[in-house]
Write a protein that binds this ligand. Structure first.
Ligand code: SF4
Length: 352
């Protein structure tokens, strides 16, 4: 409450701040922080929900692998409910496909060793945070001579997405709260480039309500003083250089390439692909999957939500045609999706 009082004291003008990470969105909405902030402060919700930005055709590929190729398809639980163009992985599982929820790709390598007659594919979804474990699983499989293990890679990177948000002509963002856990892995130097290029304050922030309020206070203080700097609110966890071992294993296994983001489109150099020397562990190469790209549901404005141009309750489908039980788009499916968070918790923005 002290920090909230300081925010109210410092703020004099309207500011729009984007928290990048879906976990931060969830924490802001669930803990009622949106309702507590002064009216001058508008929080918009960024593209940092990995499930939300995974393209439809990759979900279709995962379904195809599980149904048509007879693989053991493993992924994190959130991915199972996300609808593909025809069905979700959960529906494929209900229809008899061998789809399993795992908490780590290293479990999938173990599964591959226990089932040498089966192919095991791990649907490697996530930001920089999950990349080290996924990379490590490939290194381990390679070292152990496990040849029936591969990744279906859907790795996306935060800084290029922030740049894409800023490049959008409809962008109205004055500052960012950057995702603390991503910076725990990658460090913070990439964000200085964004500060310099867009002259915008960025504060690396944690996830607890007090972290978020502190990050918002630091951001608004900069804005009110006409400053733009990179600051680290989450210094108890995030070091400037990140985690060198994690970065090293990522670079050993992955290279940076263009990536499609669901609802946003292709963002240059915004994701990881397996390096050529690890092509044997690339499910797309191994199974030569060819799935036609499918159109998103035209009624879903997820792209505008993920870029902070609109809020979930500004979508005409919100709460009527689109609910967590009957989602039209991924932001209503994932527990980190902004639309689902608003549906479950928000009050101020529900009535605005
Ligand atoms: S409320 Fe539903 S239809 Fe609207 S943007 Fe969110 S997921 Fe898409």
């Amino acid at each position: 409450m002290r920090i909230l009082g300081e925010i109210r004291t410092v703020v004099t003008r309207p500011w729009t701040i984007m928290e990048v990470c879906g976990g931060q969105t969830h924490s802001l909405v669930k803990n009622g922080i949106l309702e507590l902030l002064p009216q001058e402060v508008t929080m918009v919700h960024g593209p940092g929900c990995p499930v939300c930005v995974t393209p439809l055709d990759l979900i279709d590929k995962a379904v195809y692998l599980s149904e048509e190729c007879g693989v053991i398809l493993c992924s994190y639980g959130d991915m199972l409910r996300v609808p593909g163009s025809e069905k979700s992985l959960l529906e494929a599982k209900a229809g008899g496909a061998d789809v399993r929820i795992l908490y780590s790709p290293l479990e999938a390598v173990k599964l591959a060793r226990l089932n040498p007659e089966r192919e095991v594919v791990f649907f490697a979804v996530g930001f920089e945070t999950t990349a080290p474990a996924n990379a490590l699983s490939v290194v381990q499989a390679h070292r152990l001579g496990v040849t029936n293990y591969s990744l279906l890679v859907s790795h996306v990177l935060v800084p290029p997405a922030m740049a894409a948000v800023m490049e959008d002509e409809h962008s109205r963002i004055h500052a960012f709260l950057a995702a603390g856990h991503v910076c725990t892995i990658m460090g913070i130097s990439e964000y200085q480039l964004l500060v310099d290029r867009y002259q915008i304050p960025i504060v690396v922030t944690g996830f607890e309500p007090v972290d978020l309020l502190h990050g918002i206070l630091m951001t608004i203080t900069q804005l009110e003083n006409d400053e733009c700097r990179l600051e680290n609110q989450y210094s108890r966890v995030v070091r400037t250089e990140g985690n060198p071992q994690a970065i090293s294993v990522i670079h050993e296994v992955f290279r940076v390439d263009d990536r499609d983001w669901r609802g946003i489109g292709t963002i240059p150099f915004s994701g990881y692909e397996l390096r050529e020397e690890f092509a044997d562990f690339d499910a797309e190469v191994k199974f030569q999957i060819s799935i036609p790209k499918t159109e998103e549901n035209q009624a879903c404005i997820a792209g505008q939500i993920l870029k902070g141009i609109k809020k979930p309750n500004e979508c005409p489908q919100f709460g009527s045609c689109c609910t967590p039980e009957n989602p039209l788009g991924a932001p209503m499916v994932s527990s980190e999706g902004a639309c689902a968070a608003y549906f479950h918790y928000s009050e101020r923005d529900m009535v605005s």
